[in-house]
Design a protein around this ligand. Structure first.
Ligand code: UD2
Ligand code: MN
Length: 286
């Protein structure tokens, strides 16, 4: 039967390909971001997920192998809620997926983009993923016609967030949730590793995409409706003025700042029932 993550019948024979559109889609969803649910309760809801947060449809072979990568530090209450809503969402979309929570070790300034690069590198050690969804822990999509998968161009998935009255704040907004095929992400050399603190890393990535000759696509604004779990700015993730300057040099920096210059130390990897948690030392700003 091959790798345990591969879709196949018990006798090892191949399953038919999943249809382009899943028969399990519901459309608009009711998402309650004030729901209080413990991680133990969420585990109980999903006996069908394999250790480390892997799942693939039982009756068909998915077209893509998707790693969901989440930047993380001290947002445990968001994580339970996100897992509760997202496993059902991804399963209804008949996704073959694994969930990677990349936790920054220590108290140094947060670096969202570098954590996402680590997630890309580490997930590929597990399985032959060909699609990467980079998602904040606090964004929950409100419509499952918004397929979390990869497209012809890098895709901005969360372009209609309730916090911003479901409007795209500006045209080059590229934060929250984005989808890159493995090739697309390699083409831009991943994210910059140099954005410490809040802001700018998403805009810099937008420029990388354009500089690499691709464009950013988006689902329509009805299907892209998403909720952000309300929160304050976290300590250790203050706005960094340096990022505003750095943002302008995407084209020049992308060759030498990104996946090819990524350095980190894995502190530990925990295969939780609902996700894989990779705690990582990514250093601190110079
Ligand atoms: C916006 C963007 C976000 C990012 C950020 C600037 C949207 C919807 N979101 O979000 O993608 O570009 O601006 O950096 O456009 N996190 C932790 N622990 C921390 C700090 C951050 O887990 O201590 C993670 C968590 O996954 C969080 C994400 O980093 O969702 C982004 O941080 P944020 O939610 O504070 O930023 P926000 O909402 O302003
Ligand atoms: Mn947020």
């Amino acid at each position: 039967p091959g790798s345990p993550l591969q879709a196949s019948n018990e006798d090892g024979s191949k399953l038919p390909a999943c249809p382009e559109e899943s028969p399990h889609i519901l459309g608009p969803l009711n998402i309650n971001v004030s729901l209080v649910i413990s991680i133990e309760e969420v585990v109980f809801v999903y006996p069908n997920v394999r250790p480390g947060g892997h799942f693939n449809p039982a009756d068909c072979e998915a077209r893509q192998r998707i790693a969901i990568v989440i930047p993380f530090r001290r947002r445990e209450w968001h994580l339970s809620l996100w897992l509760f809503y997202m496993h059902q969402f991804l399963q209804r979309q008949q996704a073959d997926y694994g969930i990677y929570v990349i936790e920054q070790h220590g108290n140094a300034t947060f670096n969202r983009a570098k954590l996402l690069n680590v997630g890309f590198a580490e997930a590929l050690k597990d399985y032959d993923y060909n699609c990467f969804i980079f998602s904040d822990i606090d964004i929950i999509p409100m419509d499952d016609r918004n397929y979390y998968r990869c497209y012809n161009n890098p895709r901005h998935m969360a372009n209609a967030v309730d916090k911003f009255k479901f409007k795209l704040l500006y045209n080059t907004l590229f934060g929250g949730v984005t989808a890159f095929s493995k090739t697309q992400f390699q083409k831009v050399n991943g994210f910059s590793n140099a954005f410490w603190g809040w802001g700018g890393e998403d805009d810099e990535m937008y420029s990388r995409v354009v500089a690499a000759g691709m464009r950013v696509e988006r689902p329509n604004s009805v299907m892209a409706r998403s909720k952000m779990i309300p929160h304050h700015r976290d300590p250790g993730n203050e706005t960094n003025k340096k990022n505003v300057v750095l943002m302008q040099y995407a084209r020049a920096n992308m060759k030498q700042d990104g996946l090819n210059s990524l350095q980190y130390k894995v502190v530990n990897i925990t295969r939780h029932h609902l996700y894989t948690r990779i705690c990582v030392d990514i250093g601190k700003p110079e």
